[in-house]
Design a protein around this ligand. Structure first.
Ligand code: SAM
Length: 315
């Protein structure tokens, strides 16, 4: 995750033969190296190179085009926050759309909410879904009868979706940009998911109290945070009444932090803190609790360092 130059290399480490192969994601700011024992899976799909590697600390790790997407150890942080923040913020989320998220984790968290009647899940790449079904424990989410899977471009799907239909939309996309071998910036398949036209369509297909949550990169890399600041402004320009940057701690992503933009059409219609507590307690009662998300983060996740607040919201 995050806009870094990513290189996935399975290089033999003769000094550490007992550990095995090496996966490396190298950024302009920092690198992450995970020992792999050896790569579990590699495939070039029509859209991206898919890899599953294993690290003694992080467990199984999904990598797309050399960029780490999630690890078994800390995927709970990102995926619970992406799903539960908007799901609890909405008073009664019944119709949900998940865009991207081919690993199925956001989908499995959304399905914990009993109010949900239907979830449309749209991802570009069926090969990511098949890989994650095989390698990750949350890969059963698509079996839930409330889920309809659409293999399509998210922007195209949203363009053709009915007006005012969804209560909550979660956009769990990979990075919109990356770098080629020569260090040139390249646009990736998810670029379309950050275009103004797509934001307009997302606003259109949400109901009057609809809530959108999109992956919004790290605040610790200046170009990423500048991108997030622009996206927020565009989300407001296309009609959302509020759009807030929330923060997640996650050690396997570059800089150890990732953000999201939660945007609401009518923030005054959102759930009260007391109702959120009650609904969270009800999830726990039926064994569907979370391990990172809890109701205090519904507010606390949006507390940013002072400089970041100033950059995102002005003085
Ligand atoms: N949590 C991860 C992160 O922040 O890096 C993202 C995980 S998820 C695996 C990203 C998904 O976005 C992939 O399954 C990919 O196929 C999907 N994707 C990329 N571009 C897309 C598009 N235009 N429409 C729908 N899905 C897209």
């Amino acid at each position: 995750c995050s806009a870094v130059k990513a290189i996935s290399s399975s290089t033999s480490m003769s000094a550490l033969p007992e550990v095995g192969e090496l996966f490396e994601e190298t950024g302009f700011y920092q690198s992450i190296r995970l020992f792999d024992e050896p790569p579990l899976f590699t495939k070039q799909s029509a859209f991206q190179r898919i890899e599953v590697v294993r690290s003694p600390y992080y467990g199984k790790v999904l990598v797309l085009d050399g960029v780490l997407q999630l690890t078994e150890k800390d995927a709970n942080a990102y995926n619970e926050m992406m799903a539960h923040l908007p799901m609890f913020q909405h008073r009664s989320p019944q119709r949900v759309l998940v865009i991207g998220g081919g690993d199925g984790y956001v989908l499995s968290e959304v399905l914990k909410h009993e109010s949900v009647l239907s979830v449309d899940h749209v991802d570009l790449d069926v090969e990511v879904i098949e890989t994650c079904r095989k390698f990750f424990s949350w890969g059963d989410a698509w079996k839930d009868p409330r889920v309809t899977l659409h293999i399509a471009d998210g922007a195209e799907f949203v363009r053709n979706a009915p007006t005012g239909y969804y209560d909550v939309i979660v956009q769990d996309s990979s990075d919109p940009w990356g770098w080629d071998e020569s260090g040139n910036m390249v646009e990736l398949p998810s670029k379309v998911l950050y275009a103004r036209e797509h934001f307009e369509n997302l606003h259109r297909i949400l109901g009057q109290d609809g809530i959108l949550n999109i992956q919004a990169e790290t605040l610790q890399i200046p170009s990423d945070f500048a991108g997030a600041t622009e996206w927020r402004q565009t989300l407001l320009d296309v009609g959302f009444s509020s759009s807030r940057y929330g923060s997640i701690l996650i050690s396997s992503y570059p800089t150890g932090q990732i953000g999201f933009l939660m945007s609401e059409k009518k923030p005054d219609l959102s759930t009260s803190p007391r109702d959120i507590q009650q609904r969270f307690a009800a999830l726990k009662m039926v064994g569907k609790s979370t391990s990172y998300y809890h109701p205090r983060l519904q507010v606390g996740a949006f507390d940013l360092p002072y400089w970041a607040e100033q950059q995102m919201y002005g003085d």
